[in-house]
Write a protein that binds this ligand. Structure first.
Ligand SMILES: [Zn+2]
Length: 367
């Protein structure tokens, strides 16, 4: 084994440490739960990272003292290692993580990166984006992270904050996001988004069989919906189709801005995502079809093996050729969604013509 390094992924729910070699092979791993909020930002997170590395050393059966450590953190990490804002890791939000981790990990060489940026570099060098110099990595977890690779290089931005795609606003009148804005993309298409849309559907009277099983509409969780969808529950599938629509909306926006040759989708929604990802794939086909050159999407090389492309698409992900994609777009109308603005006026009715006719779908006409 040569070129061994320690990699630590700090997420909203877990801290995962791995011992990996230069080819990306993982030789040992250890995980801890992410600590709750605390008064001294970053300190408990650093303790948890150190604990995970100690467990990793025991798992690997060797000392790891001399090995470099790479730490991926969720949120806006600036070029000096300060985690300026981290909605999904409030216990470290605002902390100078470079200083805190250096103090906690002693004389180790520590490199910090935004977690999605680190994933994008890994996919470019070792994974699904090998040989592709223009691509976007999208991580679906508690929130949504992004890594943007342009001309073969990671796009970091003036301060290091580029790629916070989960906080692009897709509905200004939408639900409040922990970042302080309303209607961020990750309020709809992340694990937290699945949970929120599932609960809203249950409270509004949908998901009747699932509510009967759980007993309380407020208690319906995202994983309940994904499990019910996997069992063929039509209403649960409709909720995941709605989530997939929001996911595809964000991808289409990114395509308009960056014109990537490839999207790499990583992470999982609650309850794993075979059904959810299939819904997202098919919706992505519909949304991206017939608009400019064909683009492709692949799943992250390691974390999303359970994902499946839609029925009929080639193995390894769809290649939306314009002719086929347009055919799909005609055949299936998009799922119903809230077209009404905050004022209550339907934005599509105001447009008239074809769009007005398109707005007579059941939910919109009823609402
Ligand atoms: Zn946000």
């Amino acid at each position: 084994m040569t070129g061994l390094t320690v990699g630590v992924d700090v997420g909203g729910s877990k801290v995962l440490a791995v011992l990996a070699d230069a080819e990306g092979a993982v030789h040992a791993e250890a995980r801890h739960a992410t600590p709750p909020h605390e008064d001294a930002p970053g300190v408990v997170v650093a303790d948890t990272v150190a604990g995970a590395i100690d467990d990793l050393s025991r798992e690997a059966g060797r000392a790891l003292d001399g090995l470099p450590v790479g730490v991926g953190l969720p949120g806006m990490l600036d070029r000096d290692g300060v985690l300026a804002v981290s909605p999904n890791l409030p216990s470290a939000s605002g902390a100078d993580m470079a200083a805190v981790l250096a103090a906690r990990l002693g004389g180790r060489a520590v490199v910090l990166a935004n977690d999605a940026d680190a994933a994008a570099v890994a996919e470019h060098r070792l994974g699904a984006a090998r040989g592709v110099d223009e691509f976007v990595l999208v991580t679906l977890g508690t929130g949504i992270g992004g890594g943007l690779v342009v001309d073969g290089r990671l796009l970091r931005g003036a301060h290091g904050y580029a790629g916070e795609i989960g906080h692009v606003v897709v509905d200004p009148s939408g639900p409040r996001c922990p970042c302080g804005r309303r209607g961020c993309w990750e309020r709809y298409a992340s694990g937290a988004g699945v949970a929120r849309l599932a609960r809203e559907a249950a409270v509004s009277g949908r998901l009747a069989s699932l509510v009967a099983e759980v007993g309380d509409p407020e208690a319906v969780r995202g994983e309940d919906v994904t499990h019910a969808a996997a069992a063929g529950d039509r209403e649960a599938l409709a909720v995941l189709d709605e989530v997939g629509w929001w996911l595809a909306l964000g991808l289409a926006n990114l395509a308009a801005i960056l014109d990537p040759g490839l999207f790499v989708l990583g992470g999982t929604w609650p309850g794993t995502s075979r059904v959810g990802s299939a819904g997202a794939w098919s919706t992505w086909w519909r949304q991206s079809s017939g608009r400019g050159p064909a683009r492709s999407a692949r799943r992250c090389s390691r974390r999303t093996r359970s994902g499946a492309p839609p029925r009929g698409s080639p193995r390894g992900g769809p290649r939306p050729g314009p002719r086929r994609a347009r055919t799909r777009s005609r055949r299936r109308a998009p799922p119903t969604r809230p077209w009404r603005s905050r004022s209550g006026r339907c934005s599509r009715r105001a447009l008239g013509g074809r769009r007005r006719r398109a707005c007579t779908r059941r939910r919109c006409a009823r609402s």
